[in-house]
Design a protein around this ligand. Structure first.
Ligand SMILES: [Zn+2]
Length: 420
């Protein structure tokens, strides 16, 4: 026994809300992710896991990526707990905090993929991995002679699939523990979610954009850059213009220094931000008070009222918070338009989506999406290639049903400590 111990405080048997602790006998400890459960009502504070001691210090809160179910607990954790994450992840954390009228109080230190860093007795090696979040990592932790790999969220069918495939081909050696997500292991009576590639989705969008005579309204996540790229490319191929909201445009501009992703001033004019009154208030807190004027300068901003003219031209981002602004400006979807849901279906069932459902009541709907998470086959392949002495499941609802597919599996309950 090495005296290193590990506890899943949350997400042992649920999707999202991850909070995992690794501790050594001296009391030094780190957290892997600090997530908000996906079923927390919008207006409720993020619940702190009962087994997590927030009285003492931690050496670091390591964030695998900027999805709320992995970082949304930060707001209620002590400001003195230092955060470690990718540089672009911090950019996304700050942007999302502004939407919630909050700020990130913790100090962030950035890591670089493949470069080990020491945090007290812990050595952390982050590996950039393919996921629907930009800047997502799997994390290797070496401590007390033990080697642990935390997969974070991952897949092998996105635009950065080679990153996951590389890790599968060259796994860390002598792994004691693999903590792996299992989002797409289907619960009984359900089927695994679709794992089409972004290139395949692009074909679906091009077909739809060309066939339709009206406007295409698309509900997708501003931080799903793979999807924004797919929509942008489909717009170019079908002669349409992508119309994201101001927040999405700011995400693209801020992340532009990390990767070659669509920008509103790119030649060809295939992107134009829709500027609505609710979104305008974000410019100041986001530190871009002149953004609307700047976008107008190169014809990359427009008002919602213009969406009624030349309807065959537009592919319009739609989310709950835009609906009231659209209605005020007379934007009313009709039977010639199409509403595309391009994110997790579960969000559609939530009460907060009712406003959008009402808005699109006279409009046909399509579902064009691919999961941000690995298929069951890839999960198996990943676990087999890592060859861990113990596989600890996390971030899944149906691990018990699929236990037989995996070797050396040890299912923990939330709050249980495992000595390694
Ligand atoms: Zn995620």
């Amino acid at each position: 026994m090495s005296d290193v111990k590990l506890c899943i405080h949350r997400a042992a048997d649920t999707i999202g809300g991850n909070c995992i602790e690794i501790a050594v006998p001296s009391g030094e400890r780190i957290l892997l992710d600090a997530g908000r459960p996906l079923d927390t009502p919008d207006d409720a504070p993020t619940p702190i896991p009962a087994s997590l001691d927030i009285g003492g210090q931690v050496l670091g809160v390591l964030l695998s990526h900027a999805h709320t179910d992995h970082c949304g607990l930060l707001g209620v954790l002590p400001a003195s707990w230092p955060v470690f994450c990718g540089e672009a992840t911090e950019v996304l954390l700050n942007l999302s905090a502004v939407l919630r009228k909050e700020s990130i109080r913790q100090q962030c230190t950035h890591w670089r993929s493949g470069k080990a860093l020491s945090i007290g007795p812990f050595t952390i090696t982050p590996y950039l991995i393919d996921h629907s979040a930009f800047d997502a990592y799997a994390l290797q932790i070496d401590v007390g002679g033990k080697r642990i790999l935390y997969s974070g969220d991952f897949r092998a069918h996105g635009r950065k699939a080679t990153l996951t495939k590389e890790l599968i081909k060259n796994p860390p050696k002598n792994l004691d523990v693999l903590i792996m997500e299992g989002t797409n292991l289907p619960a009984s009576g359900t089927t695994a979610k679709g794992t089409a590639t972004e290139a395949e989705l692009e074909e679906d969008f091009v077909r739809l954009f060309k066939e339709s005579k009206g406007r295409i309204f698309v509900s997708w996540s501003s931080t799903n850059i793979d999807r924004t790229v797919t929509l942008y490319r489909a717009c170019i191929r079908s002669g349409r213009v992508l119309v994201p909201d101001l927040f999405c445009v700011m995400v693209l501009m801020r992340l532009g220094k990390f990767a070659k992703i669509p920008q509103p001033d790119w030649e060809g004019g295939h992107m134009r931000a829709v500027v609505t009154s609710r979104m305008k208030y974000l410019a100041e807190p986001l530190g871009e008070p002149d953004i609307v004027d700047n976008l107008k300068k190169y014809n990359a901003a427009m008002s919602a009222a213009r969406l009624d003219k030349t309807p065959e031209k537009w592919v319009i981002m739609t989310r709950n918070s835009l609906v009231d602004d659209f209605i005020r400006k007379g934007v009313m979807p009709n039977k010639n338009d199409v509403w595309v849901w391009s994110q997790w279906k579960g969000y559609l069932e939530q009460e907060s989506s009712q406003k959008m459902k009402d808005f699109f009541v006279h409009c046909p709907m399509e579902y064009i999406h691919s999961s941000g998470h690995a298929s069951p086959d890839v999960l198996q392949l990943f676990a087999e290639s890592m060859r861990p002495k113990i596989l600890i499941p996390v971030h899944g609802e149906a691990w018990r049903e699929h236990k037989a597919l995996f070797s050396n599996i040890q299912i923990l309950q939330n709050g249980d400590w495992l000595e390694l």
